[in-house]
Design a protein around this ligand. Structure first.
Ligand SMILES: [Fe+2]
Length: 198
């Protein structure tokens, strides 16, 4: 059984206000609840595997719901923990990797912003392990559009529920404010799983 991680609004979070943050957090708790419901059905043996069918079946519905809700949980935890950067300074070691694959930091930012504008669900700067390169991934839902070996370094939620209460239709301001509020120390920690960054 999964428990929701604690994420609290604080003065370092500037991309969203407290009301928007709290509303978003409650949606995250909802995904935890649904995942646990699905998991309990599997554990109880009430998943009807013998009837599994790709057009319609209870088992298919559970498997779709399982990946949808678990991806939602993971992505929201990554998002909540990579906002609130006190100082928006990109560590040199991370900057070098971005420049390696995008030429300049500005090129990466332009591509990230364009990807976010084009996405309906999530935009992720990922280390893609097949190509061994950083790339900006575009997801339209929690479970659609991600590259399987793309490890998330920066996660931006662009579902309307993430910003609409505060920003209305001004998605671009939300994206720009997110970029000012990225917690680059968290990003560096994630990149260090693959690179020895001093
Ligand atoms: Fe969200």
């Amino acid at each position: 059984m999964l428990k929701a991680e604690e994420f609290s609004f604080n003065e370092n979070i500037t991309v969203v206000d407290n009301a928007q943050f709290q509303a978003h957090y409650s949606l995250y708790e909802g995904y935890i609840k649904k995942y646990n419901e699905i998991d309990a059905i599997f554990k109880a043996g009430d998943d009807q595997p013998g009837e599994a069918n790709s057009t319609y079946s209870k088992f298919r519905g559970l498997k779709r719901g399982e990946s949808y809700s678990l991806n939602a949980i993971i992505l929201h935890e990554l998002y909540f923990s990579n906002i609130g950067g006190k100082e928006n300074v990109v560590p040199d070691s991370v900057l070098k990797l971005i420049e390696r694959d995008f030429g300049t930091f500005e090129n990466w930012e332009l591509d990230f912003i364009a990807t976010a504008k084009a996405s309906r669900g999530w935009t992720i700067l990922a280390f893609e392990q097949r190509t061994q390169r950083f790339m900006n991934m575009s997801l339209d839902t929690h479970d659609m559009g991600g590259i399987v070996l793309g490890f998330p370094l920066i996660v931006l939620d662009v579902y309307e529920h993430a910003y609409f209460m505060q920003y209305g239709t001004d998605k671009v301001s939300y994206i720009n404010n997110f970029l000012y509020n990225v917690n680059w120390l968290t990003v560096k920690d994630r990149a260090e799983l693959f690179y020895n960054l001093s």
